[in-house]
Design a protein around this ligand. Structure first.
Ligand code: MG
Length: 159
């Protein structure tokens, strides 16, 4: 059995008056992410984890933030493209695990929605999509509400 594993990491700064997209879901919040795309830092980390499985580089390389093509882009579209790349190499997603560090707002009410949005894009059932959230107990840049930090792990298997 050929299985591959990858990890991804991303950070975006928070600013007032911007939309907050996380895990493909619009989160009600007074602050949102500063970004060239829609700033969905969770999907960005997930894309990098999937790309890492096959040593395909990172999303900054695939979808450069200097390109107008990706300005304001819905990150779900980037994830679809990354999943298509994985399938193109003969692999399917096994499972993914995402950890989001954000001080506020509380993400617990939105976790189920994120899993239900991400699962069909990944082509797996929701029980293969783990999304976890934590604060950093007011420590560091996350704790000061300056940004959000996300780690993702992905496992893929030969189709
Ligand atoms: Mg990013």
């Amino acid at each position: 059995m050929d299985i591959r594993i990858g990890n991804g990491y991303d950070v975006h700064a928070l600013a007032e008056g911007l939309p907050m997209w996380l895990g493909g879901v619009r989160i009600p919040s007074e602050t949102g992410f500063v970004a060239h795309s829609d700033g969905d830092v969770a999907i960005h980390a997930l894309c990098d984890a999937l790309l890492g499985c096959l040593a395909l580089g990172d999303i900054g390389h695939l979808f450069p933030d200097t390109s107008d093509e990706w300005k304001g882009v819905d990150s779900k579209l980037l994830l679809e493209k990354v999943v298509a790349l994985i399938h193109g190499r003969g692999f399917a997603v096994g499972n993914v695990d995402i950890t989001i560090a954000l001080q506020k707002p509380k993400l617990a009410p939105h976790i189920a929605a994120m899993r239900s949005v991400l699962a069909p894009i990944l082509g797996v059932s929701e029980d293969r999509v783990s999304v976890k959230a934590t604060t950093t107990e007011r420590l560091g840049f996350v704790g000061r509400c300056e940004g959000c930090e996300v780690w993702a792990t992905a496992l893929i298997v030969v189709e």
